[in-house]
Design a protein around this ligand. Structure first.
Ligand SMILES: [Zn+2]
Ligand SMILES: [Zn+2]
Length: 144
C-alpha cells in the first residue's frame, strides 16, 4: 500500500491525518522494513521533538487495527511493524540484521495435511508463518 492508500483508508474510517501521523506513514512507506516503535520514534524525533513514544504507539495501534501494518516479533519480545504491501493473507522473509522483509507468494498451510488437524475437531482460524534469516545485502551470519 502507498502512503496515499493509507491516508484514504484512515479518512474513510474517520481518522484525522495529523502531521505526526503523516510523518509516521511516510517513514514506513519509505523504509519498507519491520521497525520497532522506538525505531520509528528515533527517525521522527528530529522533526517532531514533542512527539512521545506513546503517540507513536497509539498511531501504530490505529494502523494495525485497520490491517495496514504487519506486526512481527524477531524473538526479542519487541513488536516490529511494516506497512502491508497488499491487503489480505501474507507471509514474509525477514532479515534479522537490517529488518528488510519481503512477501512470499505461498502459504505453508496449503502444503500440510489439514485433514489431520480437522480430525482433532480443531477449526483453524488463523496462523503465523515467517522465515527469519539474512538478506542478500547482510549476507550470512558471521560474515564481515
Ligand atoms: Zn539485511
Ligand atoms: Zn498462510
Amino acid at each position: 500500500m502507498t502512503a496515499q492508500d493509507i491516508f484514504d483508508k484512515l479518512k474513510e474510517h474517520g481518522y484525522k491525518i495529523t502531521p505526526q501521523r503523516q510523518e509516521i506513514i511516510h517513514l514506513l512507506a519509505r523504509e519498507k522494513r519491520h521497525m520497532t516503535v522506538e525505531d520509528i520514534h528515533n527517525h521522527i524525533a528530529a522533526r517532531f521533538p514533542n512527539l512521545s513514544v506513546d503517540t507513536v504507539y497509539r498511531n501504530v495501534g490505529v494502523l494495525e487495527r485497520l490491517n495496514m501494518l504487519d506486526r512481527t516479533d524477531f524473538g526479542d519480545g519487541k513488536g516490529r511493524y511494516k506497512l502491508v504491501e497488499r491487503e489480505g493473507h501474507r507471509h514474509h522473509l525477514i532479515c534479522l540484521k537490517c529488518g528488510f522483509s519481503e512477501e512470499v507468494d505461498f502459504c505453508p498451510l496449503d502444503y500440510i495435511d489439514q485433514q489431520s488437524i480437522r480430525e482433532k475437531n480443531f477449526a483453524i482460524e488463523r496462523h503465523n508463518f515467517e522465515i527469519f534469516g539474512y538478506c542478500a545485502r547482510c549476507g550470512k551470519k558471521g560474515d564481515k
